[in-house]
Ligand binder design. Structure first.
Ligand SMILES: [Zn+2]
Ligand SMILES: [Zn+2]
Length: 278
């Protein structure tokens, strides 16, 4: 069942506190022992816990950056409503993500998932205050190329999206494909990233048809009244890092195009959550 922001907030706080509580087991990150309290969940020592660079104040309402933002003003029409990130992408978070993504440290998944969940519960709270009808219909994720999937064995964005969906009672769908393997984003200039991202993502129309069937029973005429009344269908798009926003923007565009190609003419809103804002 879909959870309200307050249910989710308390659940997420409870999970996070349990996760961050020092325990008699070794710290998930540094391996140090901390003997103060006992927790059944994987935990962090006080030093690692205090090193989390939370984003507590948002400056840019679009990308969720904690400082002044030039990127969002330059983007003419964003295909997504906004991005909210849990933490800043500093050396600590870079290391944690590297342990998870490249060294296969799967034990970090609940920790990263809980960090991301705070971004989602914050977004839900923010938009529920604007409209009581606000609800997310489905969770989707940024895909990686088949090549990278073989290399790494998993897609971190997909895993994190599955975590969020499970914790918040939402349905999660795999509807996007990465059209070709791209050179690592970090080696490119800003202009190259923007140009390249445009054609990088395509939607999988059969997967979209299946998704619409799960969500609305497939038949447009059978769709709930809220769709006929013109209310938006809202997607939550998940990725690990937000840099320029060109990746999530290209994915959001592919979701819109895919839903239209599949024959559904409806108003779509896409909200993005990312673990870290670089
Ligand atoms: Zn530690
Ligand atoms: Zn911005």
């Amino acid at each position: 069942m879909r959870k309200s922001w307050s249910q989710l907030f308390f659940k997420s706080m409870h999970n996070l506190l349990a996760l961050l509580r020092p325990s008699t087991s070794t710290c998930l990150i540094c391996g140090r022992n901390d003997h103060r309290t006992v927790s059944a969940l994987p935990s962090l020592c006080s030093e690692c816990r205090e090193s989390i660079p939370w984003i507590s104040r948002i400056h840019c309402p679009i990308c969720g950056r904690p400082e002044r933002c030039g990127d969002c003003g330059r983007r003419h029409a964003a295909a997504f409503i906004c991005n909210r990130s849990a933490v800043q992408y500093n050396d600590t978070i870079r290391q944690w993500l590297a342990l998870y993504k490249y060294r296969g440290h799967e034990g970090l998944e609940p920790l990263l998932g809980e960090l991301l969940l705070t971004a989602y519960s914050g977004l839900l709270q923010e938009f529920s205050q604007r409209s009581k009808l606000f609800r997310i219909d489905a969770v989707v994720h940024v895909p990686v190329s088949t090549e990278r999937l073989h290399e790494r064995g998993f897609n971190q964005a997909e895993r994190l999206a599955a975590y969020i969906a499970k914790q918040s009672g939402l349905l999660h769908f795999d509807i996007l494909r990465r059209a070709r393997h791209s050179q690592k984003q970090s080696f490119k200039t800003r202009g190259e990233r923007l140009r390249d991202s445009r054609e990088l993502f395509v939607s999988n129309v059969p997967a979209i048809l299946k998704m619409m069937d799960r969500l609305f029973g497939g038949d447009v005429s059978a769709m709930p009244a809220r769709l006929n009344s013109g209310e938006s269908v809202r997607f939550l798009l998940v990725d690990d890092i937000y840099t320029t926003g060109s990746t999530v923007n290209a994915c959001a565009r592919a979701v819109r195009e895919g839903v239209n190609w599949a024959g559904f003419q409806m108003h779509i809103e896409i909200y993005t959550i990312t673990l870290a804002r670089s």
